[in-house]
Design a protein around this ligand. Structure first.
Ligand code: ATP
Ligand code: MN
Length: 146
């Protein structure tokens, strides 16, 4: 039923917990995982507000991308060890928009994500990304609680 999973991750503890659940979905017949990280465009813009030189900005972006790449490779390795077929995607933009676009493009069967992410504010019932994804996506969603 949940052959192809979309796993959007911000590498937070809660999304790591979601990964543990995904591994168990293998037993339920899941075969493929699309792992997606969105580098928030706000972050790139913030660099310009500080009027940093172009070469410094370039260096910064590269180190962020290298870090993201490494984290995605680690997740890919973990999932491959569980015999999943894995595709990793990095996008720059608004997380909600990119998640919805990959949902369509990859024609996934389910989205698995954390209820909260890096902010993980105590009083919040859901994080803003998970709330909007649940509201706007078309496919079933499995929300892993913190
Ligand atoms: P907020 O961002 O609203 O301050 P939060 O960080 O606690 O709150 P969300 O950002 O909504 O919560 O995170 C919920 C889940 O959404 C995460 O566990 C992760 O699965 C997914 N997610 C959040 N941000 C991203 C991102 N940049 N790229 C991919 N997935 C993300
Ligand atoms: Mn967040």
């Amino acid at each position: 039923m949940f052959q192809k999973i979309l796993y959007p991750t911000d590498f937070s503890d809660v999304s790591q917990k979601a990964l543990d659940y995904i591994k168990h979905l293998k037993e339920a017949g899941s075969k493929q995982v699309v792992v997606l990280h969105v580098i928030h465009e706000r972050m790139t813009e913030a660099l310009y507000w500080h009027a940093l030189g172009d070469s410094l900005i370039k260096e910064w972006k590269k180190s962020v991308k290298d870090g993201v790449n490494q984290s995605l490779m680690d997740i890919e390795k973990e999932l491959k060890e569980c015999a999943f077929e894995v595709k990793t995607i990095i996008k720059t933009g608004i997380p909600l928009r990119e998640i919805l676009q990959v949902e369509e493009e990859e024609d996934v069967s389910v989205i698995v994500l954390g209820s909260h992410g890096r902010t993980n504010m105590e009083e919040m019932f859901l994080g803003s990304v998970s709330e909007k994804v649940i509201r706007k996506c078309k496919k079933p969603v499995l929300v892993i609680k913190r």
